[in-house]
Design a protein around this ligand. Structure first.
Ligand code: KIV
Ligand code: ZN
Length: 522
């Protein structure tokens, strides 16, 4: 690092919209990406990796618009080690107040074999592409993908080349989540000691969580001299995900006594963005997830509750308010009005336009009629039922299911499809199967059901069920979600939500997505 007065400052680089969104099924819409980027900027993230502009028209547009709208954060786009990728990336990020190009190539023996380049040819490619990026933008990040499985000598050689060619940040990815804390620290220390020019640039750490060590590896890298942590909200990301932003930020805050480093992230915004990312990505947060899990601040056992009442510090190392959890949870009932609902949803981090509020208010009233007490978690679940009355082609009008000990169960459904009502009756092996068969009779498709998940939002037999449905069609994965006190209705709505997203993606096909993978580097 050049500025010695900033030696305790750790930059937070968020890649929820790139590495996180790359996770199969976590695809976000354009509007959702803009919303998440705005929340990241507001919470004080230093760098937002907004996407991979050459991957698709959609990615390009999202990165360009995020670049235009962002006030404070650096906006970064990803590019493979190819000149057209880098040009396209620059076209998208150049609108930002603070643009950055992030270019990378796999440097380990396994990754070198993919484009079939020998060590010298790859070194030449790195020199050429980083120089090109630096001629376009004065903020360039370079990553040797799979750095933790790259020969040390070769890693030193290519890092030196990238620095000489003008890279201002060198990111050291543990692409397959293979390293461990001591090794992660040793690698950064070794690079800082051995590579000429290392003290002129920032070293970053980018860890994946395959062995559950991403947070520990990132913090170890910081202790060894890295000053940028790459991470995602809720640890979203391919396979076991990336380092979780909320974990590193809170670890540095709570254990500042032994890790004297600081970030500029406003931790009170964590819960809100965690919920939004869970909602728009369709990846629910596991209950016992550190910091943002539903149980992270719940003290159920008698001993814990007793201790907590006497002194919260007995079992709490951080306060719920520090991560933006409000103390009261009991909220509203059927007499609550629209203004109160809007205020409560704002407090929970949802900004609604007037039309959206109208739709949510109707559903809130229906829920309050069925359920005496509506809790924060109920409202969050309601918001996860993200219908879009304007663009949804498929709507559920009514559903009647006959259940009983004697099968098969039967579902009678009425749906509105492109504005016209249609009905079907189907049987199935259980009520959900019958309802899904009825939907399929009206909306024939070949998509495969990859995931069907149900969980209760609160306690009690009148609790809402939240349902996630993941469908796969020709490699495209979409997720649908819904919540209802009736599990079969919630399931059917989640299925229809996923189908609406599938139709949306089908419409975009041709111009959009995943024809180019970030792994095709050749
Ligand atoms: O995990 C990885 O190696 C990456 C690179 C593209 C930085 O995400
Ligand atoms: Zn990654």
């Amino acid at each position: 690092m050049t500025d010695k007065s900033q030696q305790d400052r750790v930059l937070i680089f968020d890649t929820t919209l790139r590495d996180g969104e790359q996770s199969p099924g976590a695809t976000m819409t354009h509007a959702e990406k803009l919303e998440i980027a705005a929340l990241l900027d507001e919470m004080g993230v230093d760098i937002i990796e907004a996407g991979f502009p050459i991957a698709s028209e959609g990615d390009f547009k999202a990165v360009s618009e995020i670049a235009r709208q962002t006030q404070d954060a650096v906006i970064c786009g990803l590019a493979r080690a190819q000149l057209p990728d880098i040009d396209r990336c620059w076209e998208a990020v150049k609108h930002a107040k603070k643009p950055r190009i992030h270019t990378f190539i796999g440097t380990s023996p396994l990754h070198r074999a993919i484009p079939n380049l020998d060590q010298d040819q790859m070194a030449e490619r790195i020199h050429e592409t980083v120089t090109h990026a630096r001629n376009l933008c004065d903020n360039v990040q370079w990553s040797p993908m799979d750095a933790t499985r790259t020969e040390e000598d070769y890693l030193c050689r290519v890092v030196e080349i990238a620095i000489k060619a003008g890279a201002t940040t060198i990111n050291i990815p543990d692409t397959v989540g293979y390293t461990a804390p001591r090794e992660s620290a040793d690698l950064i220390r070794m690079l800082i000691e051995k590579v000429p020019g290392a003290d002129e640039i920032v070293f970053a750490t980018h860890c994946h969580n395959d062995l559950g060590m991403a947070t520990a590896n990132s913090l170890a890298a910081v202790e060894a001299g890295a000053r940028q942590i790459e991470c995602t909200i809720n640890g979203l990301g391919e396979r076991a995900g990336n380092t979780a932003l909320e974990e590193v930020v809170m670890a540095l805050k709570v254990r500042n006594d032994i890790m004297p480093f600081r970030t500029e992230v406003d931790s009170t915004k964590i819960m809100n963005i965690s919920r939004r990312v869970a909602a728009v990505s369709g990846f629910p947060v596991q209950f016992n997830k550190a910091i943002v899990g539903k149980n992270a601040f719940a003290h159920e056992s008698g001993i814990h509750q007793d201790g907590m009442l006497k002194n919260a510090e007995t079992f709490e190392i951080m306060r719920p308010e520090d991560v933006g959890l409000s103390a009261t949870n009991l909220v509203m009932g059927k007499h609550s009005g629209r203004a109160a609902l809007r205020a409560k949803l704002n407090e929970l981090g949802f900004e609604l336009g007037d039309n959206q509020l109208k739709d949510v208010f109707v559903r809130f009233k229906e829920l309050a009629d069925r359920k005496k007490e509506v809790y924060d978690d109920d409202l969050i679940a309601l918001m996860r039922t993200a219908t879009d009355p304007e663009s949804d082609k498929l709507k559920l009008k009514s559903l009647k299911v006959v259940c009983g000990t004697e099968g098969p169960q039967q579902a009678d459904i009425v749906m509105e499809i492109d504005g016209a009502e249609q009905s079907a009756s189907k049987t199935g092996d259980g009520p959900v199967d019958a309802a899904f068969n009825a939907v399929k009779a009206l909306v024939p498709h070949e998509a495969r059901l990859q995931l069907y998940q149900v969980s209760a939002v609160t306690e009690g037999t009148d609790a809402q069920a939240t349902v996630s449905v993941r469908l796969e069609e020709d490699g495209r994965i979409v997720t649908g979600q819904s919540a209802n006190t009736d599990t079969v209705v919630a399931s059917t709505l989640a299925y229809i939500h996923a189908l609406n997203r599938l139709l949306m993606r089908r419409e975009k096909t041709g111009s959009d997505r995943r024809e180019i993978s970030y792994k095709d580097v050749g």
